[in-house]
Every structure is written in C-alpha cells, then in structure tokens.
Design a protein around this ligand. Structure first.
Ligand code: HEC
Length: 153
C-alpha cells in the first residue's frame, strides 16, 4: 500500500439502523475524525482552518439569543427553536458536522457554498444564489452566533 499523500485525512461515519427502517438519507452521522498518516504532507493552511482561534471570542448564550433576534430561527430548525421550519437546512448537528470557519462563511456569504436542496437556491441570470439573505450583523455578533452553532452537536 502506498502511504497516503495527504498527512491528515478527515473521515466521517454513517450508521443505518435497519431495525428502525433507516435507509438512504435517514441515518446517523458521526462528527469528523482525522486519520494522521506520518509520511504524508500536512498543509499548514488546512490545520489553521481546523484549529479555531478566532480574533473575537464569541459568547454562545448571546449567540443563541441572536438566532431569534436576527431572524435565523425563522428558517432554521435547531434545539430550543419553537418555530417549525424547513426553509433552510436544519442546524441541530451543525457544530459536529461543520468547521467553524465554514459556519462563519455560511453566514457572511451564503452563496459561496450552497447546500443542495430544491428550495434552498434560485438561478438569477445564470448564476445560482442562496435564498438565505446575506444578513448584515456586527462582527462581534457573528462570532457569538458561530460560537453557539459550535455547541450544536
Ligand atoms: C430566509 C431564510 C433564511 C434565513 C433568515 C437565514 N438562513 Fe441560513 N440558510 C438558508 C438556506 C436556504 C440555506 C441553504 C443554502 C445555502 O447554502 O446558503 C442556509 C444555510 C445556512 C448555513 C449552512 C448550513 C449547512 O448545512 O451547510 C448556516 C450555518 C446558516 N444558514 C446559518 C444562518 C444564520 C446564523 C442565520 C441568521 C443570522 C440564517 N442562517 C438566516 C435560509 C435562511
């Protein structure tokens, strides 16, 4: 076997419980884990993305309140949100599945990465754009929200 060219390889596991009739997308997903290959090369930029050392230290409790105040709760389901909605992807496991820098980017520039889903985006002049509005919130609040989303796992 050739040693992996990449020194750090993310893996996620999917588990289907047949007894509960789980199939296709109905399954459990693990958080990300990493395989470290000693002889592979590790890109420092990749490691920096994984090691979250934000310029501003966010407060998860403040972030939770902002999810309501800033309208996120109208489109995203997550524990403690009483509004039943499927306008955007569920965020119940967002902290386990996504890297913090991805979460930050998703809020600042929703169309950079668009989650697949029939109702999640539209095509305008040949360009696919997210239906999530680029919500202008003070930078400090952005870090509060990301810190809250990180607790969802
Ligand atoms: C009008 C509905 C709407 C509002 C309001 C909204 N979103 Fe979204 N959001 C979406 C949709 C639709 C997507 C999927 C398309 C995309 O990737 O942008 C999305 C994607 C996301 C993602 C990426 C999820 C993933 O699984 O990759 C995050 C994180 C997110 N939103 C957080 C927020 C936060 C935080 C707020 C409030 C500041 C917010 N959203 C407000 C509709 C909305």
């Amino acid at each position: 076997m050739q040693p992996a060219a990449a020194g750090l390889v993310p893996i996620g596991l999917a588990v289907w419980n047949g007894e509960a009739n789980q199939r296709d997308g109905d399954k459990f997903l693990s958080a990300w884990h990493f395989l470290h290959f000693e002889h592979g090369r590790v890109d420092p930029r990749y490691v920096n993305g994984l090691l979250w050392s934000p310029r501003i230290k966010g407060d998860p409790e403040a972030g939770k309140a902002l999810m309501r105040e800033r309208g996120c709760a109208a489109c995203h389901s997550y524990p403690g949100n009483p509004i039943p909605t499927e306008a955007g992807p569920g965020l119940t496991w967002a902290g386990g599945i996504h890297r913090p820098d991805y979460l930050l980017e998703s809020i600042k520039n929703p169309s950079t990465v668009i989650v697949p889903g029939k109702t999640f985006s539209t095509v305008t002049n040949g360009t696919r754009v997210s239906v999530m509005p680029a919500i202008k919130i003070p930078e400090r609040e952005l870090f509060h929200v990301v810190e809250y989303l990180r607790t969802l796992r």
